[in-house]
Design a protein around this ligand. Structure first.
Ligand code: ADP
Ligand code: MG
Length: 651
């Protein structure tokens, strides 16, 4: 439904001034009212956070349109308490909201993140699973934890009408034009005035010390001053530090303060996994304060998702939509960057191709990658959490940004066939390479456990050669662009020829008799004849058949030819792009397998034996199935299988 359709629907069913909440909002409010947080204090954090955002937005808009800031009064957030009337009031002189904004922002779940929480709650089937929702925060609606009713008076900068939004937080809300007295609460400026009519059990929040304490804990880092007014007059000293956190020296900031700041700017409520606060000095100067979340955001793979690093210029918030400020493969990073080296009144369009912005991006990327590298050495469990959450996204950088590739490889981790089962870096893999090994072996597929059982790995495993198990779709893509690491070529074990014999130090066994040797030669000659025979039978299915150097246990496997599309890549392409492969695969047969030997013998006795024909098709189908492919003629396969089983059982 579009916004306009939604609106007409509301207007049809409701009177002009009253609106029912959307189902999702009602549900959310229900959850909120039923003690969402064990800690109700956070409602104030949410309201202050919104007020500060509103001030930031007006400050930015007013750079190019100074008339929007009507009075020459500093930005501020004022809290007032009416103990007798059971009211708590919060006022800001920020951007304000018009009628549509009020409906859209406070009457629907505008934030897609909140909608996602609800989805999660629905699908978890546990509507009381508050631990989950507690990690997200519900913004404005948190006020209904402590308020029976909430009244919002707001006037948008540049408008002359003020509006009043009232709700009991259950059924819906009403919107009317604010009276003169009500509008006067805004103190002759644009902005928002919120009144909470508190519940009887929320009496605590009408006590000065309690409010001061909450502001100190949650809102100390906010750049806008927060005041606690008395009935008689506005306070003249703010109760928070009112200086942007990133401008303070690191030594004066506690972990708790960093965390609260992360919650405020990130609109998320998990613990930051990695906090990086630095000042870059050089050609371009800027301060960065970035966070890597410990939880993956729900829309990490949504193609619409953009990064949300906020750009400030000389402490003035500019935008969180400057594409070039951060690579898409770092889109999980939250934080702020503040620079002196851009003009304040730069337009958003001009920011997109700005060289200063690109240089900052490069610096930010380097810094974060080096901090991650450090984390991998200092705190392995934390690093692993990071890698499982965001590794696949970060790997997009391997093909996207050549200049950061080396640093990226330092933090990339891979599963391998190594027995320990831990993740490995490429540097460590190279350390463990066998004498004579010049390539980095890998196999790619959907799932590490089934990959480990691939027949193509047999010869490698038998010789103690370690193979990387690549299971992210993105792996296929960077491997198209990146051919080597530290002069070692990446080499797929499901593609082309491999020479594994050089790893065998089997010398000619002097004890071996001449008869044995003759016998061996005879077998290989007969397997070669079988190979040619099978090739004729399967000429429509495979390009050619080859005696395998990589199989030790299975009778057959499929291989992609050198220069053609690799096995798993082909599967990915088929799914994503309707790809129709042009080259057929190579079938490898294991000359030492009993089944192959037996077939070779049968062919020698009677070249026309129809069993060989059936067996050829079965072997091919089997190789396809192991590869996770659908076989061309399942009914034919089943019939042949049944015939062979019957024969097997009746002897
Ligand atoms: P969030 O802050 O994460 O967007 P909230 O539920 O806290 O979610 O607020 C919803 C929206 O309502 C905000 O995005 C903002 O557009 C609007 N809003 C809330 N409080 C104010 C305010 N004091 N001034 C202006 N707009 C506000
Ligand atoms: Mg908010």
């Amino acid at each position: 439904m579009t916004k306009a359709e939604k609106k007409t629907q509301m207007d049809n069913t409701e009177t002009e001034n009253t609106h029912a909440f959307e189902t999702d909002v009602s549900r959310l409010l229900d959850i909120v009212a039923n003690a969402l947080y064990s800690n109700k204090d956070v409602f104030l954090r949410e309201l202050i956070s919104n007020a500060a955002d509103a001030c930031d937005r007006l400050r930015y808009e007013a750079i190019n349109n100074p008339a929007l800031k009507e009075k020459d009064e500093a930005f501020g957030i004022h809290i007032a308490i009416d103990r007798e009337g059971d009211k708590l009031m919060i006022r800001d002189n920020g951007i304000g909201m018009n009628k549509e904004d009020l409906i859209e922002n406070l009457g629907t779940i505008a934030r897609s993140g909140t909608a996602a929480i609800l989805e999660n709650l629905k699908s978890s089937g546990k509507p009381d699973d508050m631990s989950l929702i507690g990690q997200f925060g519900v913004g404005f609606y948190a006020s209904f934890m402590v308020a029976k009713t909430v009244e919002v008076i707001s006037r948008k900068a540049g408008d002359n009408k003020a509006w009043k939004w009232v709700s009991d937080g259950r059924t819906g809300f009403s919107i009317t034009e604010a009276s003169k007295d009500e509008a006067a609460l805004l103190n002759g400026q644009s902005g928002t005035h919120i009144t909470l009519n508190t519940k009887p059990d929320a009496y605590d929040y009408l006590i000065d010390d309690k409010v001061i304490q909450i502001v100190m804990i949650y809102s100390d880092h906010i750049d806008i001053p927060v005041y606690l007014d008395t009935k008689e007059k506005d306070a003249d000293q703010p109760i928070n530090a009112a200086s942007a956190l990133w401008t303070r020296p690191k030594s004066e900031i506690t972990d708790e303060q960093y965390k609260e700041f992360y919650h405020h700017i990130g609109h998320v409520f998990d613990e930051p996994l990695l906090t990086t606060h630095w000042k870059a000095e050089g050609v371009i100067e800027y301060t960065g304060l970035t966070f890597i979340p410990s939880m993956r955001p729900w829309d990490l793979y949504d193609p619409q998702r953009q990064h949300s690093l906020k750009l400030y210029v000389k402490k003035v918030y500019i935008s969180d939509k400057v594409d070039n400020l951060l690579y898409p493969w770092m889109r999980f990073v939250k934080g702020v960057v503040d620079t002196q080296d851009l003009p304040l009144n730069i337009s958003r369009e001009m920011l997109q191709n700005n060289p200063v912005v690109s240089k900052m991006r490069s610096g930010i990327t380097k810094k974060i990658l080096s901090e991650l590298d450090k984390l991998s050495r200092d705190d392995e469990p934390a690093f692993e959490t990071f890698w499982y959450q965001f590794g696949a996204v970060l790997k997009e950088g391997l093909y996207d940004a050549v200049e950061h590739r080396d640093d990226l490889f330092k933090v990339c981790r891979f599963r391998t066939t190594d027995k320990t089962g831990t993740l490995t870096s490429l540097a460590d893999y190279i350390e463990r390479m066998k004498d004579g090994q010049e390539e980095i072996y890998y196999i790619s597929g959907d799932n590490a456990d089934s990959l480990k059982k691939s027949p193509q790995l047999e010869g490698f495993t038998a010789r103690g050669l370690e193979v990387l198990l690549l299971t992210d779709t993105v792996d296929e893509f960077w491997l198209q662009m990146v051919t080597d690491y530290k002069d070692k070529k990446f080499r797929s074990v499901t593609k082309g020829q491999v020479d594994l014999n050089k790893f065998d130090d089997i010398k000619d066994d002097p004890a071996q008799s001449d008869e044995d040797k003759a016998e061996k030669q005879k077998t290989s000659a007969s397997v070669e004849l079988l190979r040619q025979h099978l090739e004729k039978i399967l000429k429509d299915d495979v390009n050619y058949i080859r005696i395998s150097k990589r199989l030790t246990e299975s009778p057959v496997c499929l291989i992609a030819e050198d220069g053609s599309v690799d096995m798993h890549m082909e599967k990915v392409l088929k799914i994503q792009q309707n790809y129709d492969p042009t080259t057929k695969r190579v079938l490898e047969i294991n000359k030492d397998h009993a089944l192959i030997k037996k077939l070779a013998q049968m062919r020698e006795e009677n070249e026309e034996n129809p069993v060989i024909n059936e067996a050829a098709h079965l072997l091919y189908d089997q190789a396809m199935i192991i590869q996770g492919e659908t076989i061309p003629d399942p009914a034919g396969f089943a019939k042949r299988m049944a015939d062979f089983m019957t024969k097997g059982l009746s002897t």
